[in-house]
Design a protein around this ligand. Sequence first.
Ligand code: GCU
Length: 441
Amino acid sequence: MRIRYFLTCCALCAAFTAVSAQDREVIAGIPVNYDESKTGDYKATLPDPLVMLNGKPVKTAKQWYKKRRPEIVRLFEENQYGKWPAQKPPLRYDIKTDEGMGGTAVRKQVTLYFCEDKSQFVNVLIYLPKDANGPVPLLLNLSFFGNSMASGEEGILPSSSWDSRTKTRVTQQAGGGFGGGFGGGFGGGRGGGMMTSTIQSLLKEGFGFATFQYTDIDPDFLGGATLGVRSLYLKPGAEEPEPDEWGSISAWAWGVSNIIDYFEKDDDIDATRVAITGASRLGKTVMWAGAREPRVAMVLASCSGEGGAAISRRNFGETVAHLTEKTRFPYQFAANYGKYAEDVTKMPVDANMLVALIAPRPLLLQTGTTDNWSDPKGEFYAAVEGGKVYRLLGKDDLGTTEMPAPDTPIYHTLGYFMHEGGHGNMPIDWEIFLEFMKRYL
Ligand code: GCU
């Protein structure tokens, strides 16, 4: 089992490395800096989460919640991720309940529909400890893989990816592998079992586990806005949302918010104790979901990097210019984000403020020593700078301004962990996540 898990992780890492463009000097025609002496002085222009747009300081928790927090959320909406629609669809779902994990778990499969004709939906696979005496806290995992890859069990409903060429939804039950290609998500193939040991460890500690494939909600390629959930809200005749409206990261995060709506209806789940996790672009997604949706109780963000928890004003690894270059990932953000490619110091937000929006809720930033493209140090500094809001709200920040050694977790409400290795999740990260959940969820 461990070997299979390891191999699957390796396949995932290999795929990530391919798209992560690690350590190349020029990406999409734009130079990449990996020289610490050339990162610039991010502190000189970093916006302060505790100074309002009118220049007044934020001194109390009340001012933070009433004034400054909503102000920063709006700035991120307008300038980085894009607003999601004000109106939620009515909650519509089907549930299939049986047993899983060799009889130790209640297995629920919830299909959540986002529109009346049921053409837009997400399949959420949930495992809950069978012997629970009440509603349980759980970990919601945003996955690049179909649900059947998580547990490898029989009878798992298919997840979807998209064919970017034919622009069609591809639901795959049989025949494993990474169907659909990265651009559309890693297919919904069967096989796997890559999360089995993690699921079992969570269940043993009294936590539930839920997972969904992100591309059920919205595709992961340019031009996808007419296909996934965003298509439901486009103005007549439009093919793209407005420049301050949702990119696909915001759409995936909106999916999380809708899934929490369902959790609130499920008596077996404690919807006030939902942790969320995702890696890479899904690390960015859980950062934004945690910032935007206050019902998220904990965020475990893996290698979210640029456009996530790494300070954009620090020129190291990927930059806003790389992210928003037309052949790369502009569609994942509000179109307005591209305006800051030339001069990131004009951006009214930065990652320290994203960290601050998650306060006072527990947040763990997980990075990797060789994941230079995602700038692990830039994430650490964002936590150092964002920590002042944790302190204002009476919670512990990192407690240090020095990067911890690799494989040495900081278990504070605002936590940090850098594994020895590259981009994405490694088995050790799941152990750290579980420990963090035991302490703070
Ligand atoms: C690319 C992108 C990153 C992103 C990553 C991923 O490498 O440049 O910003 O995090 O893909 O999602 O795998």
